[in-house]
Design a protein around this ligand. Structure first.
Ligand SMILES: NC(=O)c1ccc[n+]([C@@H]2O[C@H](COP(=O)([O-])OP(=O)(O)OC[C@H]3O[C@@H](n4cnc5c(N)ncnc54)[C@H](OP(=O)(O)O)[C@@H]3O)[C@@H](O)[C@H]2O)c1
Length: 345
């Protein structure tokens, strides 16, 4: 836990949260022990003004701007109907990439692709992709003729234990297994293009239990489920790099930062999520700032294959995230699940 805190202290949202806490204490101290009368009002205005300027700098984090021309490059972004994925798709289309977005429901995928093409003045194509349904993942992959960058971005947090169409616990099934299968199916094309694979993980992976079985066969806790699925995103990248790095594959994992106004909490209305959502309005990045590290991993020559990134640079994940035995075991478990669940396809 002490180690997790050390890692967390480097994140913009933690710095901002500490700054907010310090300001609240200072505010209470000044109001009750120093100021009185008319000065109090003036003080409040000045403190809010200074707070807003400094907090904006603390929570924003680093940005990344690319001037690359992605003409002739095809990028796939999962979960691009909203939030970070949507912004990522827009930014890549602006750089002239052909962007394919994987979104649930074909009509919705086409509608969103049209919106994104308009917003970016670029070329965005939408195909149905439901990561909770391995048949849908296969059908999506069969439509792909070329891919240079695969961005595994979609993610869920489920308040209660739910199951995918293939009978897997839903958080693990969506965040890891759906993306694992998609990546496996697209690997030949990615090897052909010396492609990049980018897994959008989370700093929340530090709360994963060391002895996790990933599949939550017994008890279910939403925060444990999501942190372990996000650990799986990092281990997946490590093992991809180890197995296919010498065939030209470059795989990256990342934490986008705490990002406000995304749709991530829609399936979790617990009081913990409510507090996080409220706090995130003050301490988190905008969606555009939240897409920066994804774009950095997808495009920058400074991003490091096989490594975990945050705030547009390499970052330190938890020690389990660099456990090569765990990565191998998860790969074997994922392959076993895929083989078993897709033999009828
Ligand atoms: N926001 C944060 O503070 C934060 C922090 C750390 C990590 N992250 C990670 O960042 C990624 C993007 O999250 P976000 O904040 O942008 O949340 P978001 O706005 O909820 O976006 C998630 C996307 O995933 C899609 N999705 C969910 N289930 C799917 C399925 N079965 N098949 C295909 N697509 C599916 C959603 O599509 P539908 O509209 O169809 O549901 C949605 O477009 C996630 O992996 C998340 O874990 C976010």
């Amino acid at each position: 836990m002490a180690f997790s805190l050390k890692i967390a202290l480097k994140e913009p949202e933690t710095k901002s949260a500490l700054f907010v806490f310090g300001n609240i204490l200072l505010f209470i101290f000044i109001i009750f022990f120093v100021h009185s009368g008319t000065y109090t009002f003036i003080y409040i205005i000045i403190q809010i003004f200074i707070f807003r300027i400094i907090n904006e700098r603390l929570r924003s984090g680093h940005s990344y701007t690319s001037t690359k021309n992605l003409n002739n490059q095809t990028v796939i972004v999962t979960g691009a109907a909203s939030g970070i994925g949507r912004m990522t798709a827009i930014e890549l289309a602006k750089l002239h990439a052909r962007v394919i977005v994987g979104i649930r429901n074909q009509m919705r995928a086409e509608r969103v692709a049209q919106e994104l093409s308009k917003e970016s003045n670029g070329n965005v194509i939408g195909y149905n992709l439901d990561l909770t349904d391995l048949a849908s993942v296969k059908a999506f992959a069969e439509k792909i003729d070329k891919v240079d960058i695969l961005i595994n971005n979609a993610g869920v947090i489920k308040e209660h234990k739910e199951f995918t169409k293939d009978g897997l616990e839903s958080t693990f099934g969506t965040n890891h297994i759906g993306h694992f299968y998609l990546t496996q199916l697209l690997l030949p094309l990615l090897i052909k293009s010396n492609g990049r694979i980018v897994n959008v993980s989370s700093q929340g992976h530090v709360y994963a239990k060391e002895n996790t079985d990933f599949i939550h066969s017994n008890s279910y806790d939403p925060f444990r489920a999501v942190s372990e699925s996000k650990l799986a995103n990092i281990l997946h990248v490590n093992e991809l790099q180890r197995r296919y790095g010498n065939q030209g594959i470059k795989a990256y994992s990342l934490h986008p930062g705490g990002v406000r106004t995304t749709g991530l909490s829609r399936d979790n209305k617990s009081y913990k999520m409510l507090i996080i959502s409220l706090l995130s309005k003050i301490i988190s990045k905008s969606i555009r700032q939240g897409a920066m590290t994804t774009l950095y991993c997808a495009l920058s020559d400074e991003a490091q294959p096989g490594k975990y990134h945050s705030n547009c640079r390499v970052a330190q994940p938890s020690s389990i995230a660099y456990d090569s035995k765990k990565a191998r075991e998860l790969w074997e478990l994922s392959e076993k699940i895929i083989n078993e669940k897709t033999k009828h396809l």
